[in-house]
Design a protein around this ligand. Structure first.
Ligand code: AMP
Length: 140
């Protein structure tokens, strides 16, 4: 375990299946699931299974696997919601806006003229998140 990695972060708990997530995609190296406080319709996250605090300390092979999954899920999310575009975001350390200290990439489908909601907004309805995860899965 890297010295700067806190194994009690919420995404480590999701990986250990100690708390649930609305899963979209999983392979040997990565997991994709819905963000529970979505900033856009279909906002989801991709994380590596290997512990990494953020991009700055991630193993390059793990980072490459994450990016391959980001591309796969971003394409599916764009298709699932007939989005006009997709914003990717990733924050490194508190000063940059990072809140959860396990590397993650945000995938946010975008629609002409629609602004992103606030970071850390309300938790979405779980039935809605489940339906959205299913929709993205179907477009993979
Ligand atoms: P940041 O570290 O700034 O990229 O923000 C962490 C992101 O994780 C935010 O977009 C939160 O809405 C999201 N988040 C926090 N807890 C959970 C959870 N249990 N399941 C899914 N997403 C979460």
């Amino acid at each position: 375990m890297p010295a700067n990695y806190d194994d009690n972060n919420i995404f480590a708990k999701i990986l250990r299946v100690e708390i649930p997530c609305h899963k979209i995609y999983e392979d040997a190296e990565t997991l994709a699931f819905m963000d529970i406080m979505p900033r856009s319709e279909g906002h989801c996250l991709v994380i590596p299974k290997r512990p990494a605090r953020n991009t700055l300390d991630a193993d390059p092979a793990s980072l490459a696997a994450v990016m391959a999954s980001v591309q796969k899920v971003a394409r599916a999310a764009k298709k699932a919601f007939a989005a006009d575009g997709v914003t990717l975001a990733q924050y490194n350390e508190s000063a940059a806006g990072q809140v959860v200290f396990h590397l993650h990439f945000h995938i946010m489908p975008r629609f002409e003229g629609v602004k992103l909601a606030h970071h850390g907004g309300p938790v979405a309805d779980h039935a809605l998140l489940a339906a959205q995860a299913e929709k993205i899965r179907a477009a993979l």
